[in-house]
Design a protein around this ligand. Sequence first.
Ligand code: NAP
Ligand code: MG
Length: 418
Amino acid sequence: MALDGAHQRSRCLLKIADLIEQHADELATLETLNNGMAISLARGMVAGAVDTFRYYAGWSTKIYGETNPSDPSFFNYTLREPIGVCGQIIPWNGPIAMLAWKIAPALACGNVSILKPAEQTPLTALRIGELMLEAGIPDGVVNIITGYGETAGAALATHPNIDKVAFTGSTEVGKLILQASAGNLKRVSLELGGKSPNVIFPDADLETAVPNSVFGFTMLSGQVCCAGTRVFVQCDFHDRFVDALTRYTEKVVTGDPLNVKTTVGPLVSKEQFDRVKGYLDIGKNEGARTAAGGTLPGGKGYFVNPTVFVDVKNDMKIAREEIFGPVASVIPFKDENDAVLQGNDTTYGLAAAVWTEDVGRAHRVARALKAGTVWVNCYNNIDSISPFGGYKQSGIGRELGKHSIDLYTQIKSVWMKL
Ligand code: NAP
Ligand code: MG
């Protein structure tokens, strides 16, 4: 049974938002325990989820069909209908945010949701599931299913009675989901990996470009799909920028994620820690030099010191593969054209940023970069009002904004003989 009636759906989504807000401290703490993200960031993620539920509460009463100028002997109109049962598979890096991006629009459009959190991070999804029951969501409309990707996840992707699958995670698994969906031709939306270029021109304002570039690759210990991990700097500005970037990176406060002063917590798991450690070795073996970090603080917890590699070439492994740790590669460029060519020379296309005070250049480069999101003189801005998703192998479809309404509805054309 889905939620009947647009107003009822709207009220339910508003109630979920209120309950998440009332439990904000509890959920933020649980999210930090879930994956190690700094508590200040977890609070921001909870607030973002509240906004997302409120935003889609507004949409449920504004999903219209249309009447069409058909031959006068007919009346032709469209209905925008839910897709049905939606399997939603989310990763461990931002569980609360990803849950909101998936469940809020699915419910706003009248679908049923079966959501599988990542094996490492079930806590907040289960707790929000309880809050949804409290909000009056009927039994069976939202189902939080824990389990492994290879079993529970794969079952969602292949099941003949599931009509749509929405996935956020690695590009590798995204391809498996797409293949598995072919059995009953599920609607598929994918948010996958990235290797986003962050392009710094010499007229960039250092005061903001430096801290935001560091934020771009260290937020959530770099375990973010849109992390700005390839930092392109124009040659004649290179040494000055690297110097400032290095000094700022070394000041980043890593440590206990429950401490409000911490900006960067540990990595999520031993598996992820080993993976990132492996890339630190790969970078050194490829001939890159560490200007900051490159080391592990040791002691308890899966911490990696924020790392800046310099003398990197765009064809090195560390510049091509998603590391998912607090590791940036600085790569020089000659001019605007070279910055765009190198920035686009990647199989990914999730996000990009450009730093310049030249308005014409900012718009030219924003147009030329092949990415689903381009930030100009800022980084990591995300809001439920604005679409998010990838070019190339970073995904299929756009989430958030009105675009999620397209992902979670289908259109029926009705012809009536008059
Ligand atoms: P992942 O395997 O892609 O996990 C994402 C989700 O997919 C999890 O819920 C996972 O379940 C599930 N899954 C795994 N195999 C599946 C399958 N065959 N069918 C259906 N669902 C499946 O990501 P990961 O292994 O945790 O991380 C590996 C790398 O992926 C990271 O180092 C990073 O580079 C990238 N990654 C990217 C994002 C992103 O936001 N773009 C997020 C996470 C990871 P289980 O976790 O329960 O197995
Ligand atoms: Mg996995």
